[in-house]
Design a protein around this ligand. Structure first.
Ligand code: CP
Length: 306
């Protein structure tokens, strides 16, 4: 069923392909099913190249590969020959020469995958682990899986995404997936400083007012405030001002539907975009998202490499 050689953007998938990946991920959450697949990818070597920091994505891809019997090769950028000036393409071509045909890559360069696709071998697979502010497709999938587990279907849902939307690859991929699954309403909530280019988000509503955006919401996704960006931008919003208006507190959560779930892709800035009470509260599914991340990455590795 799956025709893709690379896994870079959710918008490249059809509804039935996304649903198939979600179904397969759900199967991998069943230990009996999962244990029967321990050798599925036993002849595969997968190189992991992370040119930006990561905890969840990096660790869960390694766990996923191990559970399917594949070998993971970890290239530590700080100790690799990229510190001596080797380009990413040369690094990949050298690892390809060792017989490796699968590369999981996180990059801050929004044009890297385009360049790689033109230059790698025809049977090499590229899997995005996060691309600049453009795409984070496996995060999008694990978010969709979590919403489906908690809410069943997407058609009647109102989903709010609040935070630094302008620079968020998580928001971009999640919105792509939500649109393909025909979600009822998607509302982006952010201050003017984080207002997204709405041309990059089709069929969404936008508001600067949490009290408007959160009203009647079934799912609220909070996003990390990218402190490093605010600190370097003299015209940026202060963290104090941001938290005052946009931190998801119990008071703001009460604006949502009573059974609303709270999501966050991590890492969390506690006390900035989300309060401790909400992050650790009964409506939070943040660690469930992390658990789902392993299953989703097993599903993606299976479909791309099998
Ligand atoms: N959500 C996410 O991508 O987390 P990491 O940066 O830790 O991988």
């Amino acid at each position: 069923m799956f025709q893709l050689r690379n896994f870079l953007y959710l918008k490249e998938l059809h509804k039935d392909e996304i649903n198939h990946l979600l179904d397969l991920s759900q199967s991998y959450l069943n230990p009996d099913y999962s244990s029967g697949k321990r050798s599925l990818l036993k002849n595969h070597s997968i190189a992991n190249l992370f040119f930006e920091p990561s905890t969840r994505t990096s660790a869960s891809f390694q766990v996923a590969a191990k559970r399917l019997g594949a070998e993971s090769i970890i290239i530590d950028e700080k100790k690799s020959s990229s510190t001596k000036g080797e380009t990413v393409l040369d690094t990949i071509k050298n690892i390809e020469a060792m017989g490796v045909r699968a590369f999981i890559i996180r990059t801050g360069d929004g044009s890297l995958f385009e360049k790689l696709i033109k230059n790698v071998k025809k049977d090499t697979c590229l899997i995005s682990a996060g691309e600049s502010s453009v795409s984070h497709p496996t995060q999008g999938l694990l978010d969709l899986l979590t919403i489906r587990q908690e809410k069943g279907s997407f058609e009647d849902l109102k989903i709010a995404i609040m935070g630094d939307i302008a620079h968020s690859r998580v928001a971009r991929s999640l919105v792509e997936g939500l649109k393909i699954l025909e979600t009822g309403r998607v509302v982006l909530i952010a201050p003017d400083e984080f207002e997204p280019d709405l041309k990059k988000f089709s069929n969404v509503e936008f508001t600067t007012k949490p009290e408007v955006g959160l009203c009647d919401t079934d799912v609220v996704v909070t996003l990390r405030v990218q402190k490093e960006r605010i600190a370097s931008d003299k015209n940026g919003i202060s963290l104090e001002d941001y938290s005052e208006t946009y931190q998801l507190t119990n008071e703001k959560l009460n604006l949502c539907n009573q059974d609303a779930i709270v999501m966050h892709p991590g890492p969390i800035n506690r006390g900035i975009e989300i309060s401790n009470e909400v992050a650790d509260g009964e409506q939070s599914v943040i660690l469930k998202q992390v658990e789902n991340g392993v299953a989703v990455r097993m599903a993606v590795l299976t479909e791309i490499l099998k």
